[in-house]
Design a protein around this ligand. Sequence first.
Ligand code: NAP
Ligand code: GDD
Length: 355
Amino acid sequence: MKNRSALITGVTGQDGAHLAEILLEKGYEVHGVKRRTSTISTTRIDHLYREPQDEGSRFSLHYGDVTDSSNMIDLIRRIQPDEIYNLAAQSHVQVSFQTPVYSTQVNALGALNILEATRVLDLQNNIRFYQASSSEMFGASTPPQNEDTPFKPRSPYAVAKLYAYWMTINYREAYDMFAVNGILFNHEGPTRGETFVTRKITRAVARIFLGMQDCLYLGNLEALRDWGYARDYAEGMWLMLQQDTPRDYVLATGEAHTVREFVNVAFEEIGIRLNWEGIGEEELGIDARSGKCLVQIDPRYFRPTDVDSLIGDPARASAELGWRHQTGFKEMVRMMIETDIDLAQRERANGLSGP
Ligand code: NAP
Ligand code: GDD
């Protein structure tokens, strides 16, 4: 019997790599779309990849870009996957303020290019489509947020994601396509991009622990986020495409912490308790024992408009998908710190950076 097949855009990213691993474990043939980059971008998926000529390999990579509609048509025509997971995005919210047009081309029109490719190929009823929607779309809406909460986006990233969200619904309604939105709250882990706040913190704490860095510079410490573990969320994406009827789902833990709490917990992992002194941009995180300043505010990390508070209500996913996050907050922070200490030790051994 032929294996089920999936096409993943954004396969080199945090979620794409987890999802590819999960689908391969489930017996899928997995096709990933990878952009041409000047340096190697496949470190998260290298362990999954065997040479294409290697018989039995169920994982292939294809060069592509979601902004190139002809490329999307060509890939979908050749692969004819059972499922498409559109995870490709310019996914950094702060960067979207500096690159609003580009972020819109990728995050909004990228989704449309895929949906339209399935339609012009007349495959809209053969392919199930997952769109990586985001809790960032809720923006200024009061928490807890669920599938019925009004959207009040606060960034070009969120506005572009809303276009893709509504297009996904439109293709479901207009063409009877199995097309769904996963509205995912923040999810992290050891392979999280290093400029997102959680990984930036755990990288810095690991390097401070090893004497390779003196201080961590951050922006808004009061932002409240519902942080889960990325691999749990990738399993939820797959579950959404296995249902009898297409529906949109929130995935979240239901528990939230501020950036400041994340920093405190991360430093506790290396045995440091922080005292916070001063206010606003002058606030400092001081090592309670040594008196050293370990955290400072850098206004460059403030956003023109930020999202204050995201706390998800995953009740629908729990009732209909049987999905629940498996990994707790402190366990995830510990996992990230351990991995980043290993990484920093390897960097030091290779002479990549020193105290
Ligand atoms: P990520 O690590 O930044 O990965 C983004 C992926 O998209 C990378 O593989 C990147 O390729 C690829 N990409 C960017 N522009 C592309 C383009 N024009 N064409 C094709 N591929 C392109 O993000 P993530 O955390 O895994 O998130 C996955 C998706 O879920 C994103 O759409 C994100 O917006 C959404 N989301 C994430 C979260 C979260 O908390 N992680 C929550 C809600 C929604 P390169 O490796 O070449 O850069
Ligand atoms: N990145 C970053 N860097 N954020 C900081 C910093 C810093 O130095 N200091 C404070 N923050 C605050 C941000 O202002 C924001 O309020 C919060 O930390 C989280 O920032 P990010 O980790 O960059 O994530 P995000 O919530 O903006 O976006 C992520 O989650 C979305 C889902 O809600 C991304 O993964 C998006 O792609 C995703 O859709």
